[in-house]
Design a protein around this ligand. Structure first.
Ligand code: GDP
Length: 290
């Protein structure tokens, strides 16, 4: 399999080709973790943890160190449950995040993902101020084989579109509802109020099963700042990391989960409709560390 751009394999190759673990090994490992955007705190924690393990098992073999790193990353990633909660009918999923992170694309891919499990899906275009956004979402819904509820006029109250989408699902027995929302962060207060209103209106008809925050993996640690506002105000239940295919920041995956305390539930690795998968710590740790 081709090496992923975010894999540490290349950076670790040199140090793991040495015969024994030396101080240089630790320096190289630290540099590799920092470069991969684990962040300084997590890098230090991991190095300390690994040093303790190496001492405990009295090993000098770099292969043992690699295995310990892989297991440690997997264990830390597994600390939170990455399973989507979609058992309600309808299951309502709110998708939030700032413009440009890949929200619309993710909704299209996610609709297709659910359709591939034979679930009926309706998407709600509650980003009503950008006509182009509605059209883009409609194209994705069509490709995914999902229904769409659009605003009746530009600028219609997003909450009323969300309400109508859930109402459509209830009336037609559609199993999954995915609601797109606006992502204009320049009006942060307004946006958070809008998300709160959307949620309240939906809950008159059905509980909200998931609030997924979409984050662009290429922004790395910088993306954390914008995540904060959503996490504080929008009741986020899961993270979706997009553009991991173009990112050299594999460490961000663990860093973002630990910093936010919110599990990663989906990962986007490409622009095509099939490029979205659930998040499996074992597979990810394997590919990251090699
Ligand atoms: P939105 O403004 O958040 O709705 O963002 P869009 O869904 O319009 O996506 C913005 C750009 O990111 C588009 O060019 C997408 O094709 C691209 N994109 C979205 N997800 C991914 C991904 O997982 N990988 C890559 N390489 N590009 C992506």
């Amino acid at each position: 399999m081709a090496e992923k751009s975010w894999s540490l394999s290349g950076a670790l190759r040199g140090m793991f080709s040495r015969e024994t673990i030396t101080e240089e090994t630790w320096d190289d490992l630290e540099a590799a973790l920092i470069t991969a955007d684990f962040g300084p705190d997590l890098t230090e924690t991991l190095i300390d943890q690994l040093r303790a393990q190496v001492a405990k098992y009295a090993t000098t073999d770099p292969k043992d160190l690699r295995r310990m790193l892989r297991e440690t990353v997997e264990e830390r990633l597994s600390a939170l449950d990455s399973t989507l909660t979609l058992s309600e009918r309808p299951a309502v999923i709110l998708v939030v995040g700032v413009n440009g992170v890949g929200k619309t694309t993710t909704i299209g891919k996610f609709a297709r993902f659910l359709r591939s499990y034979d679930r009926s899906v309706v998407v709600g275009a509650a980003d009503t101020f950008r006509a182009a956004a509605v059209e883009q979402l409609a194209t994705w819904a069509d490709r995914a084989g999902a229904q769409i509820v659009r605003p009746q006029h530009e600028g219609q109250d997003p909450a009323s579109v969300a309400f109508q989408t859930v109402q459509f699902a209830v009336e037609t027995g559609t199993e999954m509802v995915i609601i797109d929302t606006a992502g204009r962060l320049q009006t942060k207060g307004g946006l958070m109020d809008e998300l709160g209103k959307i949620r309240r209106v939906i809950e008159k008809q059905a509980p909200v099963s998931e609030v997924l925050l979409v984050l662009d993996a290429t922004t790395g640690q910088n993306g954390l700042a914008q995540a904060e506002a959503f996490i504080q105000h929008a009741g986020v239940t899961g993270l979706v990391l997009t553009k991991l295919d173009g990112s050299a920041k594999g460490g961000f995956v663990l860093a973002v989960q630990e910093k936010t305390g919110i599990p990663i539930k989906l990962v986007g690795q490409g622009e095509a409709i099939g490029d979205l998968t659930g998040f499996t710590p074992h597979v990810f740790a394997q590919q990251l560390v090699g």
